[in-house]
Structures are given as C-alpha cells and as structure tokens.
Design a protein around this ligand. Structure first.
Ligand code: SAH
Ligand code: SF4
Ligand code: F3S
Length: 455
C-alpha cells in the first residue's frame, strides 16, 4: 500500500482541503506515512497570497525533488493556489515535479494522479477549469479514517468576487460559488460523528454566502424568521446538529454585518461571540485604493453593531502595512482606527505585490525596513491593547473546549473559549481532549488567559 504525506501552507481553507485530500487518498488505498521522510507520495498544498508563501513552497518542492537522488521512486505533487497561478510553468521552476493540480480539481483527481505518477509519469497537470464532478468534499469522506478532531472546518463558499486591488485570491480560487445547505448540513453531521464540537464555516468573503446565483431550498424554513442565507444556514446547522456546540464563520466583511447576522450571533446559542473582520487599513484614501468598498467610519459602524448586539464579542482583524503610497499619516490613521475598534487580536502583513493584481502596477514604494517598522509598531500596540482587553476576563469563569497539553508547557493544558481566546490551565483527572470545562481566569497576557478548572 503506497503511503502519503501532505505539507500545508496558507489559510484554513487549505487546511480543510488537505484533510479532504487525505481522506480521498485513504479511501483509494493509500496509507498515512509515519513521516514525510518515509512517504511514497508527498503533496505540497500551497498558497499564493504573498511572495514569501510561494517562495517557501517552491523551496520545499525543490528539496523534495532533490531527495529523489536517494529516493528514486518518490512522487512529489503540488496542489493548492500555486497550481492554478503557475499552470504548466511550474514544471520549469521545479524540474522533476510529478504532478500539479488546482485546489478545486484536486479532491477528485489526486488519487489517480498519484497512481499514474507512481507508475512513472511526470509533469501531469490538471487546472481547476478541467475538474470533474466529484470535486466537492462529500460527507462520505468523513468515514475514511484519520484522526478524530473536536474542532474542524467546513468550506461553504468557494472563490471570491471582490477583487480587492492587492489580492491574488480571486484569480487563483475563481468565482464565488455557494454550496447547497443540504450538502453543508450532511458534511457538518459527518464531522460531528467524528467528534467535532466546534465547526468553523469557511469562505473568503463568507458573508457573501448565498448572495449570488443561489436559491435557498424552499423546504427549509426559518422558525427564527431569518431571510438572509448565512443566518438561515447557521440556524439550520444549530438546530439539526446539536452536538456541534460551537459554530463560527470566517472571514467577515463589514458590509456583511447586517442586523440579521448580528441577531443570529446573539440569539443562536451555538453561534460564537467571535468574528474575524479584516480591516486592511484605517486610512480612507488607502481603503478606496484597495477597493474594499467601505471607509473607516463604515468599518467602525460594523464594529459598533457587533459590540452593541453581541455580548462579550471578540473581534479580530487583518491589516496590511506598506501598501503602495501608504504615508506616515495613512499609517497613523490605521493605528487610531485599530485603537478605536479595540481589536482582540490583529494579524499584520507586509504588503507583497502579486502578479496581475491592480496594485502590482503601482510602485511598491514603501521600503522593506519601513514596512517592518510599521508591522512592529502595530504589533506592540496590539500587545498593549490585548493585555488590557484580556484583563477584563480575570475573575470570570468561562467554558473552555480542551485542546490538550499546551505547546509551551506539556504539564499544563490549553483550550479555547467561545471568543477563541487561548486558555492555559492545570488538567484535572479524567480530562480528555474535546471536553468542555469551566475555568476560572486568574491572570491574562496579550494572547493568553491563565486559570484553574472550577468544578
Ligand atoms: N478573504 C479574506 C482574506 C484572505 S487573504 C478577506 O478578504 O478578509 C488573508 C489576508 O492576507 C488578507 O486579509 C490580507 O490582510 C492579507 N493579504 C492579502 N493579499 C496580500 C498582499 N498582496 N500582501 C500582503 N498581504 C496580503
Ligand atoms: Fe482577497 Fe478581497 Fe476576496 Fe478577501 S475579499 S479574498 S482580500 S479579493
Ligand atoms: Fe493562500 Fe489560497 Fe488561502 S492564496 S490564503 S491558500 S485561498
């Protein structure tokens, strides 16, 4: 039985795609390799969002192909966003690559491609445009073994129609396409049967779920009276799969924060008080140039609606520093708006021009050292803010979904709150991964809460 190993870069959607690929390979008779060094087939599931991400994947592929000198039969395959971006050019960049397949085509094609490559074929390529009918993750995949997971992801919306000026995702992930709620329900049920208690629904612009080329099935009603597809979907999943005690969705967009969605977050107990709401910049001039569709006032309005409507909501964000033409004044505006929004956490990215995007035609004129400085300033701001915000949790008892021994100190355990905050605590006898435990918070750091189990 040939064995496989998958190396994943990029976003949660790629993490989910890798799980589906693993299940498809197991179902086709492949086994999990004990380690990448022993695998017959190694897949690199890649990301194109920044140049660094592509460099990492290319470096990894180069190393794997070089390892063929000692392991002549080794099959090396590329999946994910770079497969779509590079097309057949990738075989020039990575001599010896066995095959390359786009992220939507991969699930249906990966086992066949791996078999052909094991039989000696090289340079096989399948773009997403040529994908077959069985690309969608079927609920049946969940039966194909692999580790149980108490937290998992389910993709509900493929692609992206937004075309933000800097972003390569629409060109590598294609047009928006919402999945049928019945297929999503079947998949969430299957995840619950494997032990999932916390499910994150994924879409690049997830609040666009059901907004284009889509009709909600007439036979699925909304007793809560929702008319919008995402609130309806959340209601449906919460009602039909009670074992999933926590539902999340990501990534958000301020224009998608409707009154109904806020009500869904407040009134459906399973929907977590947590939202990742990328802001990208606090400068109105830069936001306009980025084609984000909102200004800082509109963004802050969405934040206010969430804070007013959803008790204890945690809001996290993404920000890009060093976008073309970003001045010190633009940057200071970003700092101010981040402070006003009072983010629980922020991911800061240094602008990276991506081929073919609108902003790549502009000079990348903020020097790298300055990008790094702005990155560090925002992270220091966030540290101070995170500490202040997290202090509010001390003395309170929160429900934690136990993830297992903490990465930093295996004697202690870590888990997550509904707000997705990491909590570190001493385990109690009988505690298992995937248990919900009440923890009384005793102290706080910018990224972590510390406490004791309160039974
Ligand atoms: N779909 C999500 C974001 C996907 S990419 C959304 O719209 O919110 C994840 C993050 O990478 C983005 O939020 C953005 O902050 C960052 N990013 C995207 N393109 C980038 C680029 N060219 N350079 C630097 N960061 C980028
Ligand atoms: Fe990229 Fe914008 Fe789409 Fe997000 S919404 S994936 S940033 S184009
Ligand atoms: Fe990267 Fe593709 Fe996700 S470009 S961020 S892996 S959608």
């Amino acid at each position: 039985m040939p064995s496989f190993s998958i190396h994943t870069y990029g976003c949660q959607m790629n993490v989910r795609d890798s799980e589906i690929l693993a299940r498809r390979l197991r179902a086709a008779g492949f086994s999990d390799a004990a380690s990448e060094d022993e695998a017959d087939v190694v897949l690199v599931n890649s990301c194109s969002v920044r140049e660094k991400a592509e460099e990492k994947a290319l470096g990894k592929l180069g190393m794997l192909c070089a390892a063929r000198r000692e392991r002549p039969g080794l099959v090396v395959g590329l999946t994910g966003c770079m497969a779509n971006r590079l097309g057949t050019d990738v075989f020039g960049l990575v001599p010896g690559l066995s095959f390359s397949v786009g992220p939507r085509a991969a699930a249906g094609a990966v086992a066949g491609l791996a078999r052909r490559a094991l039989a000696g074929s090289r340079g096989l390529f399948l773009s997403d445009a040529e994908r077959g009918p069985d690309d969608a993750p079927a609920a049946a995949d969940a039966g194909a073994g692999g580790p149980p997971a108490h937290a998992s992801f389910v993709t509900i919306l493929y692609g992206c129609n937004q075309r933000c000026s800097y972003c390569i995702v629409p060109s590598v992930r294609g047009r928006e396409e919402s999945r049928d709620p019945r297929a999503i329900l079947a998949e969430v049920r299957a995840e619950a049967a494997r032990g999932a208690k916390d499910v994150t629904l994924l879409g690049q612009s997830v609040m666009r779920y059901g907004r284009t080329d889509f009709a909600w099935p007439a036979d699925i009603s909304s007793p809560m009276g929702f008319t919008e597809p995402l609130p309806r979907l959340l209601e449906l999943l919460a009602r039909e799969v009670p074992a999933v005690r926590r539902l999340r969705f990501t990534s958000g967009h301020p224009l998608g924060v409707t009154a109904e969605l806020v009500r869904a977050m407040r009134e459906i107990p399973a929907v977590c008080a947590h939202l990742h709401l990328p802001m990208q910049s606090g400068s109105d001039r830069i936001l306009r140039d980025m084609r984000r569709g909102y200004d800082s006032a509109r963004y802050l309005e969405a934040v206010r609606a969430l804070r007013d409507g959803v008790p204890d909501v945690a809001i996290t964000t993404d920000v890009i520093v060093g976008y073309p033409g970003e001045t010190e004044a633009d940057f200071e505006a970003t700092r101010r708006v981040m402070e006003e929004a009072a983010f629980d956490n922020a991911f800061v990215f240094k602008y990276s021009p991506r081929p073919g995007t609108v902003s790549a035609a502009k000079p990348d004129d903020v020097p790298d050292g300055e990008k790094r400085r702005r990155d560090q300033v925002l992270l220091a701001d966030q540290d101070a803010r995170g500490r202040r915000l997290n202090d509010r949790w001390t003395g309170r008892t929160v429900e934690v979904l136990a993830d297992g021994p903490s990465l930093r100190n295996a004697a202690r355990w870590s888990g997550r709150t509904e707000q997705n905050k990491i909590v570190v605590f001493d385990p109690v006898p009988g505690l298992a991964r995937g248990d919900f435990v009440p923890v009384r918070i005793e102290s706080a750091r910018p990224q972590t809460l510390f406490g004791a189990v309160a039974l």
